[in-house]
Write a protein that binds this ligand. Sequence first.
Ligand code: PMP
Length: 434
Amino acid sequence: ATDRPSSAASLLERRTHSVAEVQEHYYARPPRIERGWRQHLVDVDGRAYLDMVNNVTALGHAHPRIASAVSRQVRRLNTNSRFHYGAIVEFSERLAATLPEPLDTVFLVNSGSEAVDLALRLSMAATGRRDVVSVREAYHGWTYASDAVSTSITDNPNALQTRPDWVHQVDAPNSFRGRHRGADAARYAPEAASVIAGLVAAGRPPAAFLAESFYGNAGGIALPDGYLDTVYDAVRAAGGLAIADEVQVGYGRLGEWFWGFEQQGVVPDIVTVAKAMGNGHPLGAVITSRSVADTYRTQGYFFSSTGGSPLSSVVGLTVLDVIRDERLQENAREVGGHLKRLLNGLGKRHPLLAAVHGTGLYLGVEFVRDRATLEPATQETAAICDRLLELGVVMQPTGDHLNVLKVKPPLCIDRESAEFFVAALDRALDELGH
Ligand code: PMP
């Protein structure tokens, strides 16, 4: 053993012997990251990168208030969540207070996958049914149930062929490149409602309709106006529940709204959240009404050893404090708006850059080879991400064609860093002849 960290290449070699191969890492030849500070990362060679993809570390890396809250709490108490402890109650109250009535009852878990799993089980317990409707091209997690409702072929190339029979799909409501584009996108909602009506007619009324409330996996495309209103009405009319997966888009990232469903003017029956709420610490939650939560009794009791532990609850409280005190939601609106304007400007000079989706600090930059056919520029997007890394920016593609840059930096990013990213992208597009 040596005190000096090994090179990125030799660590990668060691990794192949101990870490499951399917457990992914960014880049074929990744830098070895050693530290972070705000929206920046530093590798073992002292090279700094701008982190433009990190929607987990929402407050920024190495936040001093998280560091001191964690260290204080670890010295004081950390144990399973069954002890009667102040921070658990306080955090649940604060979380519920961010949501409209009747969403007042909290389950604390450790991840987004767990939250989605629990939300599905709650919907099944509340309705006594087992069929679920989800949206194509979505990702909701890796556990058995959260994976079952995920159909993103980027995450699983066989996703569409291998869903269990209780999972039913509606079209991806993509107004840019889906079956219905532009104004025609208004047709997705009535079509989804008729899938639900078809299930009722077939004697398999659904327990729930589950969707991200802002269409994340495809690159932050807003759902068509009124989409959730129509589909939630349809599922409720059929006696099912509406689940909003806010794991990626909730918690202030959209700038204008703390929760994605607010953008659609609806209130779900069950909300799932994770990622940003722990700033990298494993923390997730399901929030629902008291009456839905109580139906879980039919399944036995609910216990997660470390879900909402004293430490996790203190982290959760501190994250909410920092979002408020540093006005991070407002920053997402201001810096995100500036960034979107600059990116749209690039689109005027680079034909490859066809659209900038999203809002706040949840943007998707979509590259196409032809603006009429929308042929996805998949290889070009990969080359752009590789060049951006050399230029000091961490960026990754998303979407079923991997032709959209997922722009989701820590919410503390400033204008200067946003401009640095746009300049690097401009340069990469020039160099690659786009
Ligand atoms: N839902 C959505 C929308 C997600 O993006 C993710 C993670 N990418 C999950 C659920 C699963 O969360 P986790 O990785 O914390 O299990």
